[in-house]
Design a protein around this ligand. Structure first.
Ligand code: GDP
Length: 588
């Protein structure tokens, strides 16, 4: 019979100090510390433990531990409004594709169509997104050149994106990153329009591109399929308006509506720290109206919106759904991809930030976990992973986030990257100190370093690598990790022999002879010894002899003798299989 003792309930926060936890349970703190120790966690009275840990320890001590409710930012991402509610909103479009296929050029060219159409002049600022008007309708373009290209942004990007323009250069065709972009768009379930770019170029072959895309099950409409493909030139501007019309057409397949008023929500699509202005973030409003003076929570930080600028750098008082806007007034720099939410009071905004900080620190805390056998094995194997330590610096939060995500993906069961320190801004002396302490190399993306830092790094024999192109950074690291991986051993079969006589056997050597039944045998070959079809041991051929003479090899049908290094006591009728091995460098 199971015991039916009633457990007393204790309500705790997601993170709690050991001392406070003991107090809540009403047990001596030493008892809690002892219980933690039993579970492999060394913690003092002042240290904090997370909810999972507390609930395991609590339950061992006979309590039921339940969570106190916390404020959390609800993800408003692409939430569908109920039928008939809300108003139409502009589609949000991301441009993806292989490097150098013309993403940036296309984004720039599209931006210019607006100026050409006389909609508005003036300078456009690169703030991470912009809007253009086609006829009576707005389209929002995510404009993150340089780092939109890599997978993390694509994955993030897709979350806020309704339509992906896949750019393929007509003179280059489908490339790995084209495939990756298509895969991401498909996984995220966003509509696609293919822009076959650079049609002005010699060597442009739009049919070949269509064929290559068809091979990936993207059949062009004009061939009876469903995928919209437009031949364009970012250079000459050819067909750009048609491309925009097609974007609107496929966007209409989705019922894009937003709540037009009330408190805003949306996402952070760019952020950085600016001298004089403090943390600056570009937000994409997804619902409601964002106004100057609003309180918003975003990730682990919050703001009272001090100013709002549009993509022309013009002061605005209000941003509507689909609009990107530059916001100042944040207490700290929010992260790319963070969800923001406007609330009534400063206290609510702060609570949102604190709630999400807690969530984040819970994720990064050491935890007691009841692990099962399978997890244990993988945990042990994890101990065999060789790590490449790096310090990462990037120009803006968006790049950094995406870089970190991409770096986290560079791994297998043998090697991985460990980021010992990361941040925004130029490489500083403290980065060098960190790198030295962590035995790490320093990676800079779109940042620079002063001569003092350079000298310091030289003196400490630290590697600093600066990049402007993300793929080069990732490729270099992939190479570095590959070099850390153990080589693959490839075996080449050489021949087989049937043992007809054994002449001398010592602890470590055997002299025997026989007939080569297939292939050949040469000196220095590796050997596998089989008895009754079972492998009973291995060894190495020291030399091969024919009629007392050492020879290079003996081939099929010939009889020969040989000296072997092996500890197997070879017998007549054993079979020997000869092979050579080759080490092949592996790549990640
Ligand atoms: P991204 O890496 O995909 O952003 O590519 P870019 O926009 O930087 O373009 C790569 C190169 O292709 C640049 O030298 C552009 O000038 C060139 N390019 C882009 N679009 C076109 C086009 O339509 N025609 C021609 N001839 N060149 C183009």
């Amino acid at each position: 019979m199971a015991e039916t003792t009633e457990k007393s309930k204790v309500e705790i926060a997601p993170i709690i100090g050991v001392g406070e936890f003991a107090e809540k349970l009403g047990v001596p703190v030493t008892k809690v510390i002892g219980e933690l120790m039993k579970n492999g966690v060394m913690a003092t009275i002042n240290e904090q433990i997370d909810f999972d840990t507390a609930s395991i320890i609590g339950s061992d001590l006979g309590f039921e531990v339940v969570a106190e409710p916390v404020a959390e930012v609800a993800a408003p991402v692409k939430e569908k409004l109920p039928e008939g509610e809300g108003t139409n909103r502009p589609p949000v479009v991301a441009v993806m594709g292989h490097v150098d296929h013309g993403k940036t050029s296309l984004l720039d060219a599209i931006r210019k169509t607006e100026v050409a159409a006389g909609e508005s002049g003036g300078i456009t600022q690169h703030i991470g997104a912009y809007q253009i008007k086609r006829g009576e309708r707005w389209i929002t373009f995510l404009d993150t050149p340089g780092h939109e290209a890599f997978s993390a942004i694509r994955a993030h990007g897709a979350r806020m994106t309704d339509v992906a323009i896949i750019v393929v250069a007509a003179d280059d065709g489908v490339k790995p990153q084209t495939k990756e972009a298509i895969k991401h768009a498909q996984e995220a379930g966003v509509q696609m329009v293919v822009a076959i770019n650079k049609v002005d170029k010699e060597g442009a072959d739009t049919n070949r591109v269509r064929q290559e895309l068809s091979d990936m099950q993207l059949i062009p409409e004009e061939w009876g399929g469903k995928t919209v493909m437009v031949d364009v030139s970012a250079k000459s501007g050819q067909n750009l308006e048609k491309l925009l019309d097609m974007v609107l057409l496929v966007a209409d397949l989705e019922d894009l509506r937003a709540r037009p008023d009330g408190l805003a929500d949306g996402m952070i699509i760019e952020s950085h720290l600016e001298t004089g202005r403090g943390p600056v973030a570009t937000v994409l409003v997804q619902n409601g109206q964002l106004k100057v003076g609003d309180y918003i929570g975003a990730g682990g930080t919050y703001a009272k919106v001090r100013s709002l600028d549009d993509w022309h750098g013009k002061r605005i008082r209000r941003a509507d759904p689909g609009m990107p806007a530059v916001v100042t007034g944040f207490k700290a720099v929010p992260a790319f991809g963070d969800v923001f939410k406007a609330v009534e009071t400063e206290k609510e905004a702060r609570d949102l930030a604190v709630g999400s900080q807690r969530q984040a620190s819970i994720k990064s805390m050491v935890k007691v976990k009841k692990i099962d056998a399978a997890e244990l094995t993988s945990a042990i194997t994890a101990g065999n992973v060789s790590e490449l330590n790096v310090v990462v610096k990037a120009d803006v939060q968006g790049s950094l986030e995406s870089l970190l995500d991409s770096l986290a993906g560079l791994k297998n069961e043998e090697v991985a990257i460990k980021v010992v320190q990361s941040g925004i801004g130029d490489i500083s002396e403290s980065d060098v100190t960190f790198a030295k302490a962590g035995n790490a190399m320093i990676l800079g993306f779109n940042v620079s370093m002063g001569s003092v830092v350079k000298q310091l790094a030289n003196r400490e024999h630290l590697q600093i690598r600066l990049y402007k192109v993300i793929y080069e950074l990732l490729d270099d690291l992939r190479d570095a990790l590959s070099q850390m991986m153990k080589p693959e051993i490839i075996e080449h079969e050489m021949g087989k022999l049937k043992v007809l006589g054994v002449f001398k056997t010592t602890k470590t050597h055997v002299i025997c002879g026989g007939e080569v039944t297939t292939g050949k045998v040469t000196a220095n070959a590796q050997v596998r010894i089989l008895r009754d079809k079972q492998v009973i041991g291995t060894g190495k051929v020291d030399n091969v002899q024919k009629e007392q003479n050492v020879v290079k090899e003996a081939v099929e049908g010939e009889q020969c003798g040989m000296n072997l290094t092996t500890d197997v006591k070879i017998q007549i009728d054993d079979r020997l299989e000869f092979y050579t091995t080759e080490e092949k460098a592996r790549s990640l």
